[in-house]
Design a protein around this ligand. Structure first.
Ligand SMILES: Cc1cc2nc3c(=O)[nH]c(=O)nc-3n(C[C@H](O)[C@H](O)[C@H](O)COP(=O)(O)OP(=O)(O)OC[C@H]3O[C@@H](n4cnc5c(N)ncnc54)[C@H](O)[C@@H]3O)c2cc1C
Length: 340
């Protein structure tokens, strides 16, 4: 285990916010995690588990222990006539894992290509993109209970997956460290090309019978064209969740705003793209000093240089306020906002 003190977290968060942490533990395997349990968790009341730092906003110096989960590895556990059970250790880079699956012709996760972050964080908000959510191919996970240091297996039903949420973001928030995640992937996978942009890419490239590798290429191409690369422009992807409202509220809004886009959600509910709401309130492309709203996607707040977390949060709050004033909808952040 690597121990660092008084360290800048700038390289460890995709927003590129330059805050300091009092201590940081970089944990390289599961035994280090269970062995260091006392030092890392019990020695300080304040701690945070960190993966790739791509869904986090630090708003001030972190006056506690940062525990970075960095144990990597991918193992095929079982192969049946139709499925493969495969495990990713928590510190494995998510997209590296997806690439491994695609290269080995294991279908399911290709629509989730190029999402930054670690495999261990992927169940926390049930990552999703292009018509697929993690839960669709999730089998189970192993996690260490922080109070006792014991390892527990969670089956899918116990994870309470929902839109950008799970039990680890709600009732069990900060109670477990996810150590590894097991997926059940298809050997005869049915490709999901339902998104217009995927279909357009395939048509333009004259791909009539796409393989999962073609879908991965399409997704990477689309994502690169729409989203800023945190290496060059700090961000954490979508800052807000898409709000889900009742059909009754939607009818009222539709009378006032006939062009409002909408998608069916669970029975009786409608999901509205938050990016559209933000665009309608005039924020797309906004910039003041070091913070702004990405000019190609209004849902992404960006750090143009040396913004601090307070500035990012301040902009997020102004956006939230104007969306509320215009549409009566309260946006909720998707990003985890950290105060120590
Ligand atoms: C450019 C860009 C595009 C993005 N696109 C998408 C997208 O399409 N869909 C999507 O869903 N998300 C997207 N995201 C958000 C982000 O990539 C995901 O949420 C990702 O799963 C975060 O992983 P991470 O390892 O970086 O987590 P971190 O940011 O390090 O942590 C996120 C949360 O999980 C907790 N955590 C991390 N690891 C563990 C662990 N092992 N055990 C317990 N808790 C843990 C942390 O304490 C924190 O609360 C995007 C982000 C960026 C920057």
């Amino acid at each position: 285990m690597e121990k660092l003190t008084n360290i800048s977290l700038k390289p460890y968060n995709s927003f590129g916010i330059d805050v300091k942490a009092r201590k940081m533990f970089i944990i390289k395997d599961i035994y280090e995690l269970t062995d260091s349990f006392e030092t890392a968790f019990a020695s300080d009341k304040t701690w945070i588990i960190l993966g790739g730092g791509s869904n986090i906003l630090f708003t001030e110096d972190y006056n506690g222990n940062v525990i970075k989960i960095d144990f990597k590895g991918i193992q095929v556990l079982d192969i049946t006539a139709e499925h493969v059970y495969i495990r990713a250790n928590a510190g494995e880079e998510w997209d590296n894992f997806v690439n491994f699956c695609v290269e080995n012709n294991l279908g399911g996760l290709e629509n989730l290509s190029y999402i930054p972050g670690s495999a261990g964080a992927s169940p926390i908000q049930n990552i999703g993109a292009y018509g697929v959510e993690l839960k669709d191919f999730f089998h189970s996970l192993e996690a260490m209970e922080i109070a006792t240091g014991t390892i527990k297996r969670f089956k899918k039903a116990e994870c309470n997956f929902g839109y950008r949420t799970s039990v680890f973001k709600t009732a069990l928030k900060n109670k477990y460290v996810i150590c590894s995640v097991i997926f059940k992937l298809d050997l005869n996978h049915k490709i999901n090309r339902g998104y217009k942009a995927i279909d357009e890419y395939l048509t333009q490239n004259k791909i009539n019978s796409p393989a999962i590798g073609d879908i991965r290429k399409a997704i990477i191409h689309i994502r690169k064209s729409k989203l800023p690369d945190p290496k060059y422009l700090g961000n954490a992807g979508s800052f807000f969740k898409n709000p889900v409202i009742s059909k009754k509220c939607f009818k009222e809004l539709k009378n006032k705003f006939p062009n409002i886009p909408a998608f069916n959600d669970k029975k009786g509910y409608i999901k509205i793209p938050a990016g559209w709401l933000i665009e309608q309130t005039g924020w797309k492309g906004y910039r003041k000093g070091n913070v702004g709203v990405y000019d190609k996607q209004a849902l992404v707040i960006v750090n143009h240089g040396s913004a601090n977390g307070g500035e990012v949060l301040g902009l997020a709050n102004m956006i939230k306020q104007s969306v509320y004033e215009k549409f009566g909808i309260k946006l909720e952040p998707e990003v985890n906002i950290i105060k120590s």
